[in-house]
Design a protein around this ligand. Structure first.
Ligand code: CA
Length: 329
C-alpha cells in the first residue's frame, strides 16, 4: 500500500505535551509547493490507554472544536496517565471555510473512509486516520453537531454492534460522557463513516450531536467541555470520578424515528427540540410558497418519542429530514 503523503511532526512515543501539525502537501494556484496544516496535539505520560479526540470532521459543527482547542491549552502531562491525541479540526480546510464538506475537493470526510493515500485531500485525511491514528487508540471520541442544516437536542451516541462486549463498552463510555441525552443511534447509511472504521477495529467509540444551525450555543459548549473530560475519566486517563449528570437514555428502534419531507417550501415547526410527542402528533407543516390558499402538508410523528433532531433552515426541500425522534428506554 502506498505510504500516506501526510507527515505528523509530533512523536507519538514521546512523553510530554506536543503541539504540531499533520502536514498534507497540496499544490494549488495560491501556493505551488504548499501544504494543508492540520493542528494536532498530544499529551502523554507513561503507560496507559490512548484516547483519540476529534472535532471538525464536518467543518460547520463547532462545540467539539471549541472544547478540544481549549483542552489542548489546559492539559498538562502530569494530568494524564496514558496518552491523549487531539485533532480539533479533522477536515481543517472545511472548518476554515465554515463548510460541511471540503472546499478543495467537495469531500465529505465522514463518508470517505477508509480513504486513499492517492486520492484527493479528503481521501488522504481519511486514510491517515484509518492507517496511522486509529490503530494507536483504545478510546475514540468524535464530536459532531447538526451543522448548517440540522439542529439537535444535545446527545452522545453509540451504535448497536455485532460484538455485544464492544457495544456495552461503547454504551458505557457514551453514558459517562454525560450529555443531556444518550442515544443508541441508528444510521441511515453507515458506509464510509469514521464511526464504522473505528468500530470495525474494535475501538470504544462515542460520537455526539450537540447543537447545530452552523453556530454554537453556550449550553452546548458546556456539554462538550464536561463530556470530553468525563470521557477521559471513564477511560482512566484523567484521574477522579466521572461528573455524573442526569441523562435521558433513548433508543432508535427503526426507521420510523426519521420523518422525511415529501414537499418543498416553508417549514412551520409544531414541536421544539426536547418535546415529548405521541404517534400522530403534528411535528411540522410545510407551506407551498408558490401559491396562496393551498393547505400545508402536515408531518406527524410515526411513533411516541422525544424530538431530538430537526431541519434547521426555514425552507425545506423534498428528501430533507424534518424530524428525528428517540424513544425513551
Ligand atoms: Ca456531522
Amino acid at each position: 500500500m502506498t505510504t500516506s503523503p501526510i507527515s505528523p511532526d509530533i512523536d507519538f512515543d514521546a512523553d510530554g505535551v506536543q503541539h504540531g501539525w499533520l502536514r498534507l502537501p497540496h499544490s494549488s494556484e495560491r501556493s505551488a509547493w504548499g501544504a494543508i496544516m492540520i493542528p494536532i496535539c498530544q499529551v502523554k505520560n507513561g503507560a496507559g490507554p490512548t484516547a483519540l479526540l476529534t472535532g471538525g470532521n464536518h467543518g460547520d459543527e463547532y462545540e467539539g472544536p471549541i472544547a478540544l482547542f481549549e483542552l489542548t491549552r489546559a492539559l498538562a502531562a502530569a494530568d494524564v496517565q496514558g496518552r491523549v491525541i487531539i485533532v480539533p479540526a479533522m477536515n481543517h480546510p472545511a472548518l476554515v471555510a465554515a463548510r460541511r464538506t471540503s472546499p478543495l475537493d467537495g469531500g465529505n470526510l465522514n463518508r470517505s473512509f477508509p480513504g486513499a493515500p492517492d486520492g484527493g485531500p479528503t481521501a488522504k485525511i481519511a486514510d491517515f486516520f484509518q492507517r496511522a491514528l486509529l490503530p494507536l487508540a483504545d478510546y475514540v471520541l468524535d464530536f459532531h453537531s447538526g451543522g448548517k442544516t440540522l439542529e439537535f437536542a444535545p446527545f452522545a451516541a453509540a451504535h448497536r454492534l455485532d460484538d455485544a462486549r464492544q457495544e456495552a463498552a461503547c454504551m458505557a463510555a457514551m453514558r459517562a460522557f454525560g450529555a443531556p441525552y444518550s442515544v443508541a443511534l441508528r444510521e441511515l447509511d453507515a458506509v464510509g463513516m469514521y464511526d464504522t472504521a473505528a468500530e470495525a477495529m474494535g475501538k470504544i467509540f462515542v460520537s455526539t450531536e450537540i447543537g447545530g444551525g452552523g453556530t454554537a450555543r453556550a449550553a452546548g459548549v458546556r456539554v462538550a467541555r464536561r463530556g470530553v473530560r468525563n470521557f477521559l475519566r471513564h477511560a482512566g486517563i484523567l484521574a477522579g470520578p466521572v461528573d455524573v449528570v442526569d441523562s435521558v437514555t433513548l433508543d432508535m428502534p427503526d426507521a420510523d424515528c426519521y420523518v422525511t419531507s415529501l414537499s418543498a417550501g416553508l417549514i412551520a415547526p409544531a414541536a421544539d427540540l426536547g418535546a415529548t410527542v405521541k404517534a400522530g402528533d403534528v411535528l411540522a407543516e410545510v407551506h407551498d410558497v408558490r401559491r396562496t390558499g393551498a393547505a400545508p402538508d402536515v408531518y406527524r410523528a410515526r411513533r411516541d418519542g422525544v424530538l431530538i433532531g430537526r431541519h434547521f433552515p426555514g425552507l425545506v426541500a423534498m428528501g430533507d429530514p424534518i424530524a428525528v425522534l428517540g424513544v425513551p428506554v
